[in-house]
Design a protein around this ligand. Structure first.
Ligand SMILES: C[S@@+](CC[C@H](N)C(=O)[O-])C[C@H]1O[C@@H](n2cnc3c(N)ncnc32)[C@H](O)[C@@H]1O
Length: 389
């Protein structure tokens, strides 16, 4: 049972995290949960995605504009009835006049201040981002929310301090729900359609060699299309922490460290970082871009907990002839778990085991959704695989 797989634990040096409550099989679904907060990534994304479920909107006249704000649109009568955050709806028509650099945070704040209990409390209980320049904008963002939202709709407790506290939750705990993968769009140019915060998934800590990865299926039919689904990459022993990578796992050492320090406030000392910190690089390569795709984070610029950039491991490996195989003991991880489709940089997780416990040899990419069949491994662990679709 997916619900039995994880428990929350306090972990030295990492705050809370999710730990395997029992032995876990590779491919198992560890978590499947709806967001506590879901909000559009930008004003520009509104015409493309349903403002309730964030599926791609059908062409006019099948998309129904929100009767209140006329700026958002819904894909079905059910989504129109579900509507979208009430403060956001009330403010949306005037949001375009706000400075573009603040619009994303205003979308977050207006959506967060629309939350009811217990979701609002759950959001506030998440860990806070490190203090940074974005936090210095809290006072001006608070004033903008005050001017955009009708006073009678503002919740009890609305204050500059509460606004600052909310902002500190966003960057560290949000996942991007990305635009659909398209082979003709470079990974670094793909944008988020929405951001989501989760009660349990936002407790996942980072590892540069993760043992799990998450999937989104925003365009799948039926309910639960914005649920996050967490799957084990390989077997996990009871008591071990379950961790994901906060960005594409093939980012270079310096880029990973920079992102984790600036946006998540910690220095990664995982086994892989300890080895790669000893690698030698040309200065220009280690000073390279941060692989930001974001929004992502890419967000473009927002960091989020779970999507990545576009820097390739090949660049890292090839950068220095001194790094031989003894220095790179994790090669098999990348062969087995990184999608090799051009410009994808997704992670491959095995499909869930059969009810009998039989493990799957088919892997699914969490970015391009490609299925890849792993044939029986040869003794060298070579990449003996073929595409299923
Ligand atoms: C999405 S939250 C994860 C849950 C968080 N540990 C908590 O207590 O709520 C991200 C934050 O967890 C911490 N964190 C995540 N991975 C870590 C790691 N590998 N080492 C140290 N701290 C980590 C950092 O403070 C980071 O900003």
């Amino acid at each position: 049972m997916a619900g039995d797989a994880l428990r929350v634990a306090d972990l030295p040096g990492r705050g809370r995290g999710l730990v395997a409550a029992r032995d876990i099989l590779e491919g198992e679904v560890l978590l499947s949960e709806p967001p506590i907060l879901l909000y559009p990534s930008s004003l520009a994304s509104l015409p493309s995605y349903c403002s309730a479920c964030f599926r791609c909107l059908p062409q006019a006249p099948h998309a129904a504009p929100c009767p209140s704000c006329r700026a958002a649109a819904f894909c079905s009568p059910a989504c129109a009835a579900a509507s979208h955050p009430r403060l956001l709806c009330a403010a949306l028509s005037r949001l375009a006049a706000a400075p573009e650099s603040h619009q994303e945070q205003l979308l977050f704040l207006l959506s967060a201040y629309s939350l009811q209990e217990p979701a609002f409390h759950a959001l506030l209980s998440l860990s806070s981002a490190p203090q940074g320049t974005q936090q210095q904008d809290a006072a001006s963002l608070h004033a903008m929310v005050s001017s955009l939202a009708p006073p009678h709709m503002l919740p009890a407790g609305f204050s500059p301090d509460l606004t600052a506290a909310l902002l500190s939750k966003d960057r560290t705990n949000s996942f991007s729900i990305m635009e659909p993968y398209r082979p003709d769009v470079a990974q670094g140019l793909r944008k988020a359609r929405a951001y989501a915060v989760y009660h349990r998934a936002s407790l996942l800590n980072h590892d540069c060699l993760p043992n799990a990865c998450h999937f989104d299926y925003p365009d799948r039919p039926g309910p639960g299309n914005t649920d996050i689904v967490l799957r084990a990459l390989h077997g996990i022993t009871a008591g071990m922490e379950v961790r994901i990578s906060y960005f594409a796992a093939n980012w270079r050492y310096a880029d990973r460290q920079r992102r984790l320090l600036e946006d998540y406030g910690f220095r990664c000392e995982c086994e892989r970082c300890q080895i790669e910190s000893k690698w030698k690089f040309d200065d220009d390569e280690n000073d390279g871009g941060d692989g930001d795709d974001d929004t992502m984070e890419e967000e473009h610029d927002k960091e989020d907990v779970g999507n990545g950039g576009d820097e390739g491991m090949e660049q890292e490996e090839g950068s220095d002839g001194d790094n031989d195989n003894d220095d790179f003991p994790h090669a098999f991880f990348f062969v087995r778990f990184m999608c090799d489709r051009e410009d994808c940089h997704g992670m491959l997780a095995p499909l869930p085991p059969l009810p009998s416990g039989e493990l799957s040899h088919v892997f699914e990419c969490n970015v391009c959704e490609q299925l890849k069949k792993e044939e029986d491994d040869d003794e060298t662990g070579g990449d003996d695989s073929s595409m299923v679709n």
